[in-house]
Design a protein around this ligand. Sequence first.
Ligand SMILES: Cc1ncc(COP(=O)(O)O)c(C=O)c1O
Length: 451
Amino acid sequence: MAKKNVKVLPAARQILDMNAFDAGAHTGALNPLLERRIANVGASAVLFYREPIEVVSASGSWMTAADGKRYLDFYNNVPSVGHTHPRVVAAVTDQIGRLNINTRYLNSVVDLYLDALKARFPASLSNVVLSCSGSEANDLALRIAAATSGGTGIIVSENAYHGNTSIISDISPSALKRRGLPDHVVTVAAPSNAGQSDSIENAFAADIKRAIAELGRRGHKLSAFICDSIFSSDGVYADPPGFLRKAIETVHKAGGLYIADEVQPGFARTGDAFWGFARHDVMPDVVTMGKPMGNGFPMAGLVTRPELLERFCEDTGYFSTFGGNPVAAAAGMAVLNVIDEEQLQENALRQGNHIKERLRDLAAKDDRIAEVRGAGLFLGIELCRSGKRDQPDAEVASSVINGLKDRGVLIGAAGKFGNTLKVRPPLSLSEEEADIFVGRLADTLSALPAA
Ligand SMILES: Cc1ncc(COP(=O)(O)O)c(C=O)c1O
């Protein structure tokens, strides 16, 4: 017999399926470019939007489509200092016209960059390995953890995404479709206060303890806890700063490593710190980074303590042909300089607080907005059924995303149920652009039928 008042939650969603083009659901003729793309990449196609956009150019916070329509880019997590920033373009163009080789040769451009990057980290994290993707960086981080800890068990958040290699897909619940997580991977819930009587810090640490015990029952000693420092694919959980402290203590006590995945929140996006982990006053054993590192030039990497890297390299030779080449170093250096000279961290904090305040005003008038949260220019807007904060509404999120696109604003979704809008504009955002976003979001919401 069906029980009354049982809350039925929607099915969990894969991160790559959120806001994705669905050829099966598409009606009418496909445009020729779309048809060609699908013919070329087949089942691996991951286009955005019910009607994908053909983009031809971009500058600052704006992208221009082939039909001339301009879009304000609030989806941005790579060209973080602004699309086609002239300083980055000049640095890459100059260096590729001069020299581009692998790291088996000495080249001062590379070491100047490594010094500048290391200066952004605690002094103990003094070795850097550069690679071409966040997935590669996380893959190496897990291998370093295994060599250091002697363990095999990994803890991740329940909707985490950490990349696409074989061992990283295994620790990315939001990328797995039919198969479940392997035996050596245990998840913890995103650190929210929903349904918790304890503080977020205590509840999260207790969950980590439970996960370590579960791994033990399965015969796996803890190797690492890896988390995106802003839990972006879980739905953006940033506050209160410091909530990771007890969890990390627990991980270290069990002999595991703490890997801070800064691929999304790193490089000043959270406004009050350069790295997401720094907001929590915790010390990672390995920090991985990528996406905004080269403002679009493909580069990524990790930093760690020398003894950890030594232990790994005793057993395994490690080299990347393209990782850390002089063009990447030139791009990365330009990004660091632009962040400093244009005071983008300060701007991220200022504009982020401004947007948060305006969104909270909007939430006070619209009960489909369950919560606005986040830090700096990394915010989450959780949407629910009208007035029912515990009932996630991915349909409304999808309608808002497509409605905003029609109004010239690009935005994405996250969260276990795909009902949290991810607000992630370039760090160079102006207040006028911030206001355009909030205004168009309000218009989009008011044009939707009430749920
Ligand atoms: C938190 C996080 N880590 C790692 C990755 C993987 O990075 P890449 O796509 O550069 O391999 C992603 C990509 O979306 C990510 O969001």
